[in-house]
Design a protein around this ligand. Sequence first.
Ligand code: FES
Length: 87
Amino acid sequence: SFEVMLARSGNRFVVPKDKSITEVLASHGVHIPMSCEEGVCGTCITNVIRGEPDHRDCFFSEQEKAAGNQMMPCCSRSKSAELVLDL
Ligand code: FES
């Protein structure tokens, strides 16, 4: 598991192994626009302020994944203990 912190509210949530970031956020009333929910469409694109995303999408190029300043929270996870998102 890892923690997601929302930069605007300062709220932090634990994302367990069996849940996506978007599922956890939605269960706390934070709804990110989504379409495919599997890393294809790019609808859920979210800016990353701090932390290292574990990209599981097939939308970004390898370069964009390496840059690590954006992610698809419908499917991607975190390599760092904490991700700070621009939400
Ligand atoms: Fe399609 Fe996340 S909803 S990439």
